[in-house]
Design a protein around this ligand. Sequence first.
Ligand code: ADP
Length: 202
Amino acid sequence: MLILSLTMSMTKRKPGNAEVIVGPMFSGKSEELIRRLRRAKIARQKLQVFKPQVDDRYSKNKVVSHVGNEFNATPIDDIQKVYELLADDTTVVAIDEAQFFDWKVADVVQDLVERGIRVIIAGLDMDFRGEPFGPIPILLTQAEDVQKLTAICIVCGDEATRTQRLIDGRPARSDDPIILVGGTEEYQARCRWHHEVPTERV
Ligand code: ADP
């Protein structure tokens, strides 16, 4: 038994783990991600943070929370770029706004974890229609640790689990374009009761 476990420890590296932080907009995902990264830095871990190139809400090369906390991040247009950019001594990898990556992100995360890396992923679990967002469901399934955060519903003050999309002040329809040309767009945190996705024009 001892020989077996000695042989295993020589041939197999101890895996890392995958942590997923989800919730609607304004639920504090970026704050929580930044908190974990700060702690990892104090623990002298070597960190690398990635975000999709599409997300330039506040900054192209930073994770920025709604209250202004920030952490440097490398924007990438394809999750496979992680392999080109990964340093040999990196022990913690963070991926913000993971909903915007394609399904390959799940394989990359599994692979990094197998290499012994701690991977922290943050993203929206639902899109503005309340549908599962991109690769997040599979990441949730694979993760060792899941934290589902809530925001405050802007209408009633209850716990908000959903993101309301408004176009020119009106709830966006399920078939409204994802990329809006002209008009103003706004997002709010709302509870299930006050989340509106009209299907017919009024
Ligand atoms: P996320 O990354 O989930 O969008 P952030 O970490 O960027 O969230 O921001 C969370 C912060 O947003 C909160 O700590 C709070 O100060 C602020 N905030 C603004 N609107 C709301 C809301 N409706 N509910 C909760 N927090 C809100």
